[in-house]
Design a protein around this ligand. Sequence first.
Ligand code: ACO
Length: 423
Amino acid sequence: MPESITITDNRTGQTLEIPIDNGGISATAWSKLLPGVWFYDPGFMFTASCESSISYLDGEAGILRYRGYPIEQLAERSTYLEVAYLLLFGELPTADQYDAWQHDVTHHTFIHENVRKRFLEGFHYDAHPMGMLVSAVAALSTFYPEAKDITDAASWNKQVLRLIAKMPTLAAAAHRFSVGMPFVYPDNSLDFAANFLSMMWKTAEPRFEADPVLARALDVLFILHADHEQNCSTTALRVVGSSHADPYSAVSAAAAALYGPRHGGANEAVIRMLVEVGSLENVPAFVESVKEGNGRLQGFGHRVYKSYDPRAKIIKETADRVFEVVGKNPLLDIALALEEIALSDEYFTSRRLYPNVDFYSGLIYQAMGFPLEMFPVLFAIPRTVGWLAHWQELLAQDVKISRPRQLYIGADQRDYVTIGQRG
Ligand code: ACO
């Protein structure tokens, strides 16, 4: 039985049948039936901006799946590179496909020397690494001008590979520069996460051997952050991609969206909040002040999840494994106390505010030695694959350029007055 809603246009008395397809109303169908009547939906609260088969999210039930696979299974049994393949190509790779994919990504990790010497090293000595990353990714488009040809599928694949492989190198280079340490070249004998840790932490030793527990924990965090349907940065990617900009420019725009504290900057904000709370006895007063409207409980709440974020559960378990190696982050007890109070407080339960992915991830990053400024960068590395999966999908769908309407609320027409006559 086809679903529809019937509405009456009180301006004309006309009754209209609006078809419902896959839970939504097509704007094209709507505009034909009611031309000139717009949906006013700032923040896209009730608007689906695309069709996608990449990740599935049920915020009520706390479900996240990549290409149909539950996030819990992927976090437990897969690797970031395997998940990257899954997101980009739709299926888990065979053993041969995985070997070839791993080889290809590994052999695109180097960056052009001028990206580092002329570009990254041109930043001010204390530049924020995320600002450096956003700019460096955009700059890559000038090194690969063929990326502008978005009609060439072979070129797509090459740019996708380059971006996934070079993000950790750019990220680590931005960090090393911002702390005055020399650049470390990729070690292609290491796997993805271990290689990133080597580029971050290697000093004078001939080969950096990351603790396997920490490398695996980082890989799990990369899996959890790889995609999350139409979040702010992915939407930014889709908007820019819809203009047929090259993928470096589109990924750079997405990374810029991720930089904000309401999105990828939230895990940094969580640590700053925990430091501000300072001790367990300050927790109740802090929660009360949030309830009175003084700021927000960072790492809590989500536009879509109205129950516990499934990624937060996995991260909490991962944190325990990391703390066994590096020692417990002293801020953990404050975080646990905040969570306990918030989860039993009517203010938070009635608004269905639960810990999100950022509540515990920052504690892990900090315990592993990453400076706060690197937190959004650590998010951008794996999310690049999600952005690129959406970029490929939107090109394959040949979507229209993103161009919403606005409801104009400004002045009516008025006549120009010369400057001396304005009062
Ligand atoms: N602490 C206290 N109150 C909150 C919080 C919070 N973290 N989040 C939402 N609320 C309250 C709001 O004040 C509002 O209350 P009201 O109805 O009395 O006015 C209600 O809950 C709804 O909040 P909105 O801002 O309308 O919800 P929205 O869906 O627009 O925002 C967001 C979602 C931005 C994530 C929000 O919950 C927030 O700011 N959280 C803290 C920042 C954070 O953790 N961001 C990371 C998100 S996950 C990610 O990007 C990877």
